[in-house]
Write a protein that binds this ligand. Structure first.
Ligand code: ADP
Ligand code: DP6
Ligand code: CO
Length: 359
């Protein structure tokens, strides 16, 4: 085979993560440095995830990327920063059998083709940017034989999308906001692995798979500029909540976990309302789901279901255990009329469809 004909490729799959203490607001827009710590749970890698293939070949004449089958531009600073940071750290790769040799210094001039696919709605408030950029950085690091641990890679994924830094780990993850100007200490760390608190079952109710009108990036920028509630949240609320959430996770204290998760989701959406002009990510169906869960928890006495909504109308419901999850699915079926759905490969209930993520 002529030397110009070879292609080396790597494919990786990365799950999305859902914040239970939300990141909303940046102190540095370029490096993507947040104004508060956040905590998330990473979903099962086989459910909501991104699949990305990265390829390098001497026959490629420029970097190109396809997202969900459509070519997109890589000229934005987020893609450029991730590509640059990985390329700098690339190491030699050799396959003697195939006569392929890539030197460390070659990575800067060799071009890439990237194909990525999300198996869930993109830009609809289910953290596609998190799974997407984590998968991009992880697959590029594998391709270029980068020798960095998950925390170091998280600082690169962060520069693609803040929430992406947390998807490099499974289980419960904290993104430390850090305080260094260069962002080197703004990294994700694992609080507990995916075996910890095995009883939990996460149910994602896709209320709408439409692309949101206001991206997370623009939304949080407007909140930082205009919301007084956000200033209060960052200074007075989140620091204590993060400590309490770490305790709740460590002790598998579902009552405290639910209280904190629901309160933080509600405060995040209140901040959106407090932004000028106000941002509405949730819709009537989201509100009906909140009411259903609140009534449920009140009627049983101790909480059995936590809810949280990212920057979109879709609900992430966390059931205390499998028994509750089954009852919850039945409850949702009762409250929302049945409708056929073929593309979501999910349980479908009228205007909400349910992707079940067995923990
Ligand atoms: P979401 O709530 O889905 O995270 P965002 O507004 O934060 O929505 O981000 C959506 C953007 O993330 C997309 O417009 C795209 O630029 C980027 N993105 C989504 N999926 C991928 C992917 N698989 N690979 C690279 N970038 C992605
Ligand atoms: C509501 O990470 O999507 O999901 O850093 O600008 O790419 P950028 O924003 P993004 O924001 C996520 C906001 C959130 C909360 C969270 O995931 O913590
Ligand atoms: Co996002």
């Amino acid at each position: 085979m002529a030397e110009e004909k070879w292609v080396v490729m790597v494919t990786a799959q990365t799950p999305t993560n859902i914040a239970v203490i939300k990141y909303w607001g940046k102190r540095d827009e370029v490096r993507i440095l947040p104004i508060n710590d956040s905590i998330s749970v990473t979903l099962d890698p086989n459910h909501l995830c991104t699949l990305t293939t990265v390829a390098v070949s001497p026959s490629f004449d420029r970097d190109r990327m396809w997202l969900n089958g459509k070519e997109i531009s890589l000229s934005g600073s987020r893609y450029q920063n991730c590509l640059r940071e990985i390329r700098i750290r690339g190491n030699a790769v050799e396959d003697k059998e195939k006569g392929i040799k890539i030197e460390k210094k070659d990575w800067e001039k060799m071009h890439l083709h990237i194909a990525s696919h999300n198996n869930f709605p993109t830009a609809a408030g289910l953290a596609s940017s998190a799974a997407g950029f984590a998968c991009l950085v992880f697959s590029l690091a594998k391709l270029m034989n980068v020798d960095e641990d998950a925390s170091q890679l998280s600082a690169i994924a962060r520069q693609g999308s803040g929430s992406a830094c947390r998807s490099l780990f499974g289980g419960f993850v904290k993104w430390n906001m850090g305080n260094k100007e260069d962002g080197s200490d703004s990294v994700a760390v694992q609080l507990a692995d995916d075996k910890h608190w095995d009883d939990l079952v996460i149910i994602v109710a896709v209320v709408s798979s439409r692309e949101k009108e206001m991206s997370s990036t623009s939304g949080m920028c407007e909140s930082v500029e205009t919301s007084l509630l956000l200033q209060h949240r960052v200074k007075e609320v989140v620091p204590l909540r993060v400590l309490q959430m770490e305790e709740a996770i460590k002790n598998q204290d579902f009552t405290s976990f639910t209280k904190l998760t629901c309160a933080d989701s509600n405060q995040f959406h209140a901040v959106c309302m407090d932004t000028s002009p106000p941002i509405f990510y949730m819709n009537d169906t989201s509100h009906r789901i909140i009411s259903l869960v609140e009534k449920w928890n009140r009627s049983v006495g101790t909480p059995e279901i936590a809810y949280t909504f990212d920057a979109g109308p879709n609900a992430v419901l966390i059931a205390k255990n499998r028994k509750v999850a089954v009852e919850l699915l039945q409850g949702l079926l009762y409250c929302f009329p049945l409708k056929a759905d073929t593309d979501m490969k999910s349980y479908v209930l009228g205007d909400i469809s349910i992707v079940k993520d067995a923990g």
